[in-house]
Design a protein around this ligand. Structure first.
Ligand code: ZN
Ligand code: CU
Length: 502
């Protein structure tokens, strides 16, 4: 930039670290492809379109490739993986450069020093008590991706009330508020709930409103795994909208779906409720993963006193430390082999030592509903991947973003490529407070992807869930090349992000 009255050539030419030449640039805003170069200096984009004329330390011919902003996975459970698997191969190989953590009400912070997260979903043993302490641990681990945190209601409630099935006293509510306030001060982008899970499910709406108010005061949003995603989906959406209105903050419906055959198609009515709320001045959006199965801690979905036989029919074991031989198998097949009912298999697994650590996959979603979601302009992409690499995780962990681009954009033509990229980048960053990211623009952080739009595809399946995708040529995080031609690079350049801060 040259000040008025000064000659532009008088400014010293900055050294360019990385140049991607002759790319077809999709800038993340949804505008048309622009051909040209992108240059990176000091971690930020220093030129877009026309080259500066300086040679770069690393020159890459990107002819024929599409250059996009790095993808933002707005729904992850990678709080623990940022520390235990900082290479984050399952994310970087998809083109993901930033992750929103702390979803579904479960966050790494706040925590009791030395405590393991109560559902073992995150697999953290806290060497911290608050978000600042967790962020310092992430900094030390040097992960490959950037991370933005939500503060989880289940986590906060568990810290204050344990698993008690009652409302908090005024003093307890104050302590919960203080945890949310501190996390927001330390850079969290909002409050998340998971109202089907323990102990969030024991809370009344008014409690959530009170905590959401604290997030609202700090400019945050409210994200929610709804209290019901099946028969009472629309009631649960209404509860989320009510919380948004009462607390005065944006609402994000996490992994929007209608679970159970009898509810298929309801996502249309649910999106209509969101459209109506937006028309009335609320700010509501959603995210979706591109698969017909969900996944999560099995103990949370079954009540041992009355096991749900219909649910047991659609369960597949993902990670099962109690019975490793069940991993990758449908519960019904195991039941047939054992000569028992599927619910009896579920009972045996859940009551075995470490049985409650089981992660299952449940086939509950209609394919048509996924396309309905992806067609809606306010629905972004989030994997909901659970990074337990021991068993056979849901393929969304490795395949989500290439699957949207390959299957839903190229093969099914559900939405245009530029629009899909917008909903993986700029929309996501604006929503979750990631500043100066999500757009290929001069001055922005150089989180970049080079991909081949003709071949980009997921390879991960339920049987082979850990296959990395094809067609992702290069991924740069903060200007550092982290993945190239299928090879993970040793340098990891991710950072813990703070809401609204560059
Ligand atoms: Zn969830
Ligand atoms: Cu989740």
């Amino acid at each position: 930039m040259s000040a008025p009255g000064r000659l532009a050539y008088a400014a010293p030419m900055a050294a360019v670290d990385l140049a991607l030449r002759n790319a077809r640039i999709l800038d993340g805003t949804g505008s048309a492809v622009l051909e040209g170069d992108v240059e990176v200096t000091g971690g930020r984009i220093s030129a877009v379109g026309r080259a500066s004329g300086a040679a770069a330390t690393v020159e890459i011919d990107a002819a024929g490739m599409l250059l996009t902003p790095g993808f933002v996975d707005v729904h992850t459970h990678d709080d623990g993986a940022l520390l235990s698997h900082p290479e984050l191969g399952f994310k970087i190989s998809q083109g993901c450069t930033s992750l929103v953590i702390g979803n579904c009400g479960f966050s790494a912070a706040p925590a009791l020093l030395g405590a393991t997260d109560h559902t073992k979903l995150l697999r953290t043993t806290a060497g911290w008590t608050d978000l600042a302490g967790y962020a310092a641990a992430v900094h030390d681990a040097q992960p490959a991706c950037n991370a933005m945190a939500l503060v989880g209601h289940n986590t906060v409630r568990h810290l204050v009330l344990g698993l008690e099935r009652r409302e908090p006293t005024p003093a307890e509510l104050d302590r919960m508020r203080a945890h949310v306030r501190l996390a927001m001060e330390q850079g969290a982008c909002g409050l998340s709930t998971g109202l089907i899970y323990e102990p969030g499910r024991y809370s009344q709406t008014a409690e959530i409103v009170e905590l959401a108010r604290v997030a609202a005061e700090a400019g945050g949003l409210y994200t929610t795994h709804l209290r019901n995603e099946g028969d009472r989906l629309l009631d649960a959406v209404q509860e989320a909208l009510h919380i948004g209105r009462e607390a005065g903050l944006p609402v994000q419906i996490s992994h929007h779906k209608a679970a159970g055959r009898q509810n298929w198609g309801k996502v249309g009515a649910s999106l209509a409720l969101m459209d109506q709320a937006n028309a009335e001045g609320l700010d509501v959006m959603a995210d979706v993963y591109p698969y017909t199965a969900g996944s999560g801690p099995m103990a949370q979905y079954f009540n041992l006193d009355r096991l749900d036989p219909a649910l047991a029919e659609v369960i597949r074991f993902a990670s099962c430390p109690a019975r490793r031989e069940l991993e990758g198998r449908m519960c019904v097949d195991v039941a047939g082999e054992w000569g028992v009912a599927p619910v009896d298999v579920i009972r045996q697994v859940l009551t075995a030592p470490r049985g409650t650590e089981t992660i299952c996959i449940q086939f509950l979603i209609d394919e048509a509903d996924i396309e309905t979601n992806l067609r809606h302009p306010l629905v972004m992409v989030g994997s909901d991947g659970i990074p337990d690499l021991n068993g056979r995780p849901h393929p969304r962990l490795f395949g989500t973003f290439p699957r949207v681009l390959g299957h839903y954009v190229r093969e099914r033509d559900v939405l245009p490529l530029g629009e899909a990229v917008r909903r993986m980048t700029s929309l996501s960053c604006d929503r979750f407070g990631l500043v100066d990211r999500g757009r290929v623009v001069q001055g922005g952080w150089a989180d970049l992807v080079l991909l081949d739009e003709l071949t980009v595809a997921d390879r991960a399946t339920y049987d082979e869930p850990k296959l990395e995708s094809t067609g992702i040529g290069l991924v740069a995080v903060n200007g550092v090349i982290s993945y190239r031609d299928g090879v993970h690079q040793p340098v990891r350049a991710g950072r813990m992000l703070r809401r609204g801060r560059s």
